[in-house]
Design a protein around this ligand. Structure first.
Ligand code: GLN
Length: 495
């Protein structure tokens, strides 16, 4: 696409389109960044997608990117305005995890992902809102107010990377990065009608990612289409000596591997347990079924697979994640980081006051559950048991993926709920994670691609999950589906 796309506003461009225009000298990063910043100014009071907007730094980075482009020193991300979820450390820019306890925390260093984005020439326009410490599925658990869904501002954007997803959907950035511990990239992507990719555990460095549940956390892109997800993943993936869980596997050239009409070689597995899941909205199952049918019409082979331990997924995750969280969050004690309760008193009292006023209710709930489950004598009954179940879930996927290249599934059991609809009912919220938790427990990659709309006009996503380190297969299948689906034909109406 070399022609100038005049009817489009610059903020509407996909990363790939913007990159071509930047490299062709048809637009500058300064113009693109201005356009995106203006869009944020216009809409963010209504949507609440950002905790911090860094206009000044962004414009400086854009000017630097324009100089780099003039010198011919370019990568696909040079000059691209991006949002970074507010739990990825950015040097000199507040990183709050949407928590009061880190309200004034300004990291003295960049997370590896932030450094890679900077080195690739990306422009960070702001830090995206999220559920506090990434705990939640609606972005209502933010100490700085909820994010709203651009498709219907009465609804949640999903979570916990709801700010990142809403920012991409509302064109307040060209692409974003988020984190996914149990669905937090894929589920908000699904609710906001954008693409979200959780890479394999170990594919992307978590150095400088504020830890939630260390055996599950992974960073990945939220983008306007699959090609853009491939471009961002390529820029952020790879081994990092600073993260001992990152894996020294070579990083394929994902964007170059996407080819049209690729569905013919792909076998799609349909888990029989998923079609009978309680609480699955008929509109979601119909949209996912027709997406799979479309893949089949375009040459994919479909076959039934079985994931027999599906019914234990939520229970296992909601033991493992809170246990690891209770341990990771022990460091916020009013001494080492951020907020300390101002009232004078002895040490234990200061800890207690700091933690009970600095953390929000959902974070406190997880710390209590995790601390209880890990307390002396209980380890075998809870964490160990859940880890054994986790092994069974992982094996289910290994076996299923011997018979297919990707497993197809819904992302969330229903389209985005209304604000307040499930937030005071933790169990309902936990149960809504049924389709996304497995990929984290198994460590495999998963992607959400928009596949339709509910009768109320809310987006619905198709989830594809693949083999360890086979993001290329996943992206190819997702790209094949996206090509077959064609343009979504709608944008959020934001006035
Ligand atoms: N909704 C899940 C939770 O609350 C997953 C969150 C995430 O992936 N960060 O734990």
């Amino acid at each position: 696409m070399t022609e100038r796309m005049t009817p489009m506003e610059l903020y509407e461009l996909t990363l790939e389109q913007a990159g071509r225009l930047l490299r062709g000298g048809e637009i500058t990063s300064a113009e693109l960044t201005q356009s995106v910043l203006h869009r944020i100014e216009e809409l963010d009071a209504k949507l609440g997608a950002f905790v911090t907007v860094c206009a000044e730094q962004a414009l400086e980075q854009a000017a630097e990117a324009d100089r780099a482009i003039a010198d011919g020193d370019i990568s696909p991300l040079t000059g691209i305005p991006m949002a970074v979820k507010d739990l990825i450390c950015t040097k000199g820019i507040p990183t709050t995890c949407s928590s009061k306890i880190l309200e004034n925390f300004i990291p003295p260093y960049d997370a590896t992902v932030a450094r890679k984005l900077r080195q690739a020439g990306a422009v960070v326009v702001g830090k995206a809102n999220m559920d506090e410490f990434a705990m939640g599925s609606t972005t209502e658990n933010s100490a700085f107010g909820p994010t709203r869904n651009p498709w219907n501002t009465e609804c949640v954007p999903g979570g916990s990377s709801g700010g990142s997803a809403a920012a991409v959907a509302a064109d307040m950035c060209t692409a974003a990065v988020g984190s996914d511990t149990g669905g937090s990239i894929r589920q908000p992507a699904s609710h906001c009608g954008v693409v979200g990719l959780k890479p394999t555990y170990g594919r992307v460095s978590r150095y400088g990612l504020v830890a939630f549940a260390s055996s599950l956390d992974q960073i990945g892109p939220l983008t306007k289409n699959v090609t853009d997800a491939a471009l961002v993943l390529h820029a952020i993936a790879g081994h990092d000596p600073a993260d001992s869980t990152s894996v020294p596997e070579p990083v394929p050239d994902y964007p170059a591997l996407l080819r049209e009409g690729e569905l013919s070689g792909i076998t799609v597995g349909i888990p029989k347990e998923y079609t009978v899941t309680k609480g699955l909205d008929p509109e979601v199952s119909a949209a996912v079924e027709s997406a799979v049918k479309l893949m089949e019409d375009r040459g994919a082979t479909c076959r039934e697979v079985s994931l027999p331990h599906t019914e234990f997924v939520v229970a296992a995750y909601y033991v493992i994640a809170p246990c690891e969280a209770s341990s990771n969050l022990a460091r916020y004690d009013g001494v080492k980081y951020g907020y300390r309760h101002p009232e004078p008193g002895e040490l234990m009292r200061m800890y207690r006051k700091t933690r009970s006023t600095g953390f929000g209710p959902e974070v406190q709930r997880r710390i209590i559950i995790g601390t209880y489950a890990l307390s002396a004598g209980y380890y075998d009954a809870y964490y160990k048991k859940a880890s054994q179940v986790r092994t069974l879930i992982k094996r289910d996927f290994e076996q299923a993926l011997q018979h297919c290249d990707v497993v197809a599934a819904p992302v969330a059991p229903s389209p985005a709920p209304r604000i307040g609809e499930i937030s005071d009912d933790p169990l309902t919220m936990y149960l809504s994670d049924i389709f996304t938790l497995s990929a984290n427990l198994a460590g495999i990659p998963g992607i959400s691609v928009p596949c339709g709309f509910s009768s109320k006009g809310l987006p619905i996503g198709l989830q594809l999950m693949g083999k360890h380190f086979q993001e290329a297969d996943l992206l190819r299948a997702a790209y094949g589906f996206e090509q077959a689906r064609g343009d979504l034909g709608r944008k959020p109406d934001l006035g």
